[in-house]
Ligand binder design. Structure first.
Ligand SMILES: NC(=O)c1ccc[n+]([C@@H]2O[C@H](COP(=O)([O-])OP(=O)(O)OC[C@H]3O[C@@H](n4cnc5c(N)ncnc54)[C@H](OP(=O)(O)O)[C@@H]3O)[C@@H](O)[C@H]2O)c1
Length: 243
């Protein structure tokens, strides 16, 4: 139980990578709070938890600062100060080329994927500074390192922003005991693939990463001793080309 009694927050924790990460954190003994806009998937993940840690669900919209404040105040009241934050909340849109993208979707993707991560980091950092330790993991994307056509214009831009946010704060906080890890997954078999312009075949889904593969990368970053900082980690399906 390497994370016994540590308080962890996973945004987007009701499905996909966030859900797998919440379950892995609880399996390592953490007291986990999962947040997302829909309560039902959060409750379903909490029900799948078999300990030794716990998973507690609560509504959260990372793009709404009042919601972020309400969520983290609840976490601190119910569980205590946050030691681990995993920013896994994220969205994409089917019409994602520059030609097709609705400007409102540009705003929405930036607000959730980039500003949402900023909002949550901004909320937890003072407590982590006071404690002299803490680990923040940003689930960026290979789209946050290489702006190819797969992710689309707004998603790529939002993930580049998330990447820069993580690297900037990691550098600023290097002496304060706080680690910020950016993880860049390639294709993962999760519900976000439903937003793809072309349907993803079952055969393709079987070839790509599973959410628990990315959760294993998160666990590496959060369970290493405080002296060791995984600054960046690219994890992709063996069959996906990344150059
Ligand atoms: N799957 C991939 O191929 C892949 C590759 C690289 C990176 N990623 C990134 O991995 C992260 C997790 O995505 P996933 O693949 O696991 O897909 P997913 O299952 O769709 O997970 C995204 C989660 O984010 C939550 N969310 C969306 N908007 C939110 C908001 N405003 N506030 C709070 N929660 C919000 C969703 O729940 P609600 O809708 O209930 O809010 C959902 O649970 C995302 O940032 C994604 O960009 C995914």
């Amino acid at each position: 139980m390497t994370l016994k009694d540590q308080v962890a927050v996973v945004t987007g924790g009701g499905t996909g990578i966030g859900a797998a990460t919440a379950l892995a954190l609880a399996e390592a003994g953490a007291q986990v709070a999962v947040g997302g806009r829909r309560l039902e998937p959060l409750e379903a993940v909490a029900a799948r938890c078999s300990g030794p840690g716990t998973i507690r669900p609560h509504r959260l919209d990372v793009a709404d600062r009042d919601s972020v404040e309400t969520f983290f105040s609840w976490v601190e009241r119910e569980l205590g100060p946050v030691a681990i934050l995993v920013n896994a909340a994220g969205v994409n849109v089917a019409r994602r080329t520059m030609r097709e993208l609705d400007p409102a979707d540009w705003d929405r993707l930036l607000q959730i994927n980039a500003t949402g991560a900023y909002n949550c980091m901004h909320r937890v950092l003072p407590g982590m500074r006071a404690a002299g330790r803490g680990t923040i993991v940003n689930i960026s994307s290979v789209a946050g390192k290489r702006a190819g056509p797969l992710g689309g214009v707004a998603y790529n831009a939002s993930k580049f922003a998330m990447t820069a946010l993580g690297l900037s704060v990691a550098a600023e906080e290097a002496q304060s005991g706080i680690r910020v890890t950016n993880i860049y997954p390639g294709e993962v078999d999760t519900p976000i693939l439903r937003q793809r312009p072309q349907p993803v075949s079952e055969e393709h889904r079987r070839r790509i990463l599973q959410p628990e593969d990315v959760a294993a990368a998160v666990m590496l970053a959060v369970t290493l001793p405080p002296r060791a900082h995984v600054a960046e980690l690219v994890i992709k399906p063996t069959t996906q080309v990344y150059v």
